[in-house]
Design a protein around this ligand. Structure first.
Ligand code: NAP
Length: 466
């Protein structure tokens, strides 16, 4: 039989997940100059775009505009989308091996890392990732309860997700009204009694994970003052020396922005956003009803490892911070996919440069690949996934040339479609998604919003007449 990739026998690829990496990989495969490729993209949600729809903050519409590029990719010949189809529920890896020459897992990081401290699971203590999914209208999280009657909120971590959460909590209804935030979230935030939001960094300003445009934006909110203590904003000797040695301009700028906040006079805005550094939560404290009321913090100092990394080392000094609502924003974590080798310690698919490895032999499995956060962990911005996908696609092409791929019993596109239809009769195709998209945009138009999102799967299917 001829090698897959010719007109007579196109290379058939299943991509699992429909986020940025999935689209970047699909584009690179479908644009291969000397190969005929067909891509079936499966996602457990009826809607495509992964974290661009469900993670990127609603007040960052410019970032969300990347979906226009994904939409073009979906228009390339050979592309099909099967929304509402879940690996492990509707189809197994074995089903995919029967229908495709190659499988590409791009499911992202679907849960949060834990802090591992007492009280973490008290009521009103939530993973930030759930709050993000809630305000973005993710169907699985739309009914999560967040008690916004609390005046004081603590967000643990100083990455860009923590910044997003703090910013959304501090925006005015007027600022949010022009975004595509979920309608129920807009209403809940309109009634919010939140007055103070603490962002808690365990290391110093020079080690904060957030990026400069994001921290700068916090200083430009319509009705929230940003506050930092001059003491905590001042660099310790180790950080100062490391920064001078590295001549890292971006970090110097970051420190400058934070120190600017420490000297900025308050302007009596309605809310306060307080940046804290060198503090770690050691316990969450609850009331008799099992709800969080405060957080015990330990003051840290920085120590240098032999490689020069600066780590937080706790001191003896403790303080209690009253907070009736806590968001733990200490990073996302990948979840294992049924039937796919997984590296538990890293929370990623077991892989080498995107080739999925057999856990016993540590050798590549034929025809199985991975990309994005489930390949490398939850780091980087949307664009980081492009070179990541490129690396994996290069392995796929290389392996194809040496005939290292799956040999499906039923490679015809019609056979895969039939199998998927049998397993999930209500799957959503890309033309279906375009109809939903048009309805969402139409719904938003009257309200002066970019779109009014469907947030229930049943509502999406009903709108499609299913
Ligand atoms: P992140 O950037 O890895 O930040 C995680 C934060 O949690 C860090 O401040 C980290 O501190 C802290 N942390 C980890 N474990 C902790 C613990 N046990 N106690 C206290 N603090 C702890 O993760 P993220 O914010 O979830 O973002 C994920 C990725 O998405 C990042 O690459 C981010 O840039 C990207 N993103 C980008 C945007 C944007 O471009 N606007 C928006 C959202 C997300 P240490 O540094 O000390 O470990």
């Amino acid at each position: 039989m001829s090698r897959p990739g010719t007109t007579g026998q196109p290379l058939r690829v299943a991509i699992i997940g429909a986020g940025p990496t999935a689209f970047y990989a699909a584009e690179q495969l479908l644009r291969q100059p000397c190969l005929v490729v067909e891509v079936d993209m499966l996602d457990r949600l009826p809607t495509p775009f992964g974290l661009v729809r469900g993670g990127v903050a609603p007040d960052h519409q410019r970032i969300k505009a990347v979906t226009a590029a994904f939409d073009k990719i979906a228009g390339l010949p050979g592309f099909r989308f099967f929304g509402g189809v879940e690996l492990g529920k509707h189809v197994s890896v074995e089903d995919l091996r029967n229908h495709y020459h190659q499988i590409f897992y791009a499911t992202g990081a679907q849960t949060d890392r834990r802090m591992g401290i007492p009280g973490e699971d008290l009521q009103r203590s939530h993973p930030a990732t759930e709050f993000v999914a809630w305000y973005n209208g993710h169907p699985d999280y739309r009914d999560c309860p967040f008690d916004l009657s609390q005046e004081c909120v603590a967000v643990v971590g100083v990455g860009n997700v923590a910044i997003d959460v703090a910013r959304i909590l501090c925006r005015t209804p007027e600022e949010l009204e022009t975004t595509d935030i979920a309608d129920y979230a807009l209403e809940a935030l309109r009634e919010s009694r939140v007055r103070e939001v603490y962002l808690l960094g365990r290391r110093g300003p020079a080690q904060a994970a957030f990026t400069n445009p994001e921290i700068k934006e916090l200083g430009e909110l319509a009705d929230a003052d940003i506050v930092a203590s001059p003491d905590e904003a001042t660099l310790d000797e180790l950080s100062r020396a490391a920064l001078e040695h590295a001549q890292d301009r971006a970090t110097m700028k970051k420190v400058e922005i934070i120190q600017g906040y420490a000297t900025r006079p308050p302007s009596r805005k309605h809310r306060r956003l307080i940046l804290r550094f060198l503090v770690s939560p050691v316990a969450l404290i609850g009331n008799d009803a099992g709800e969080v009321t405060a957080m015990r913090l330990v003051k840290n100092r920085l120590i240098a490892t032999p490689t020069g990394t600066l780590l937080a080392r706790p001191s003896e000094a403790l303080e209690d911070l009253a907070a009736g609502l806590v968001f733990r924003s200490v990073g996302y974590r990948g979840v294992p996919l049924p039937g796919v080798p997984f590296n538990e310690s890293w929370g990623v698919v077991l892989n080498d440069k995107g080739r999925v490895l057999d856990p016993t032999s540590q050798q590549p499995l034929p025809g199985e690949y991975t990309g994005g956060w489930i390949k490398r962990g939850p780091t980087g911005v949307i664009g980081t996934n492009k070179p990541d996908a490129t690396e994996t696609v290069a392995c796929m092409i290389e392996d194809l040339v040496r005939d290292f791929h799956l040999h499906p019993e039923q490679p015809a596109p019609a056979a895969a479609e039939q199998m998927l239809r049998d397993r999930q009769p209500r799957y959503v195709s890309y033309p279906d998604w375009r109809r939903l998209n048009a309805l969402e945009i139409e719904g938003g138009r009257a309200l002066g919003r970019p779109r009014l999102k469907f947030t229930r799967v049943e509502d999406m299917l009903a709108a499609l007449g299913r």
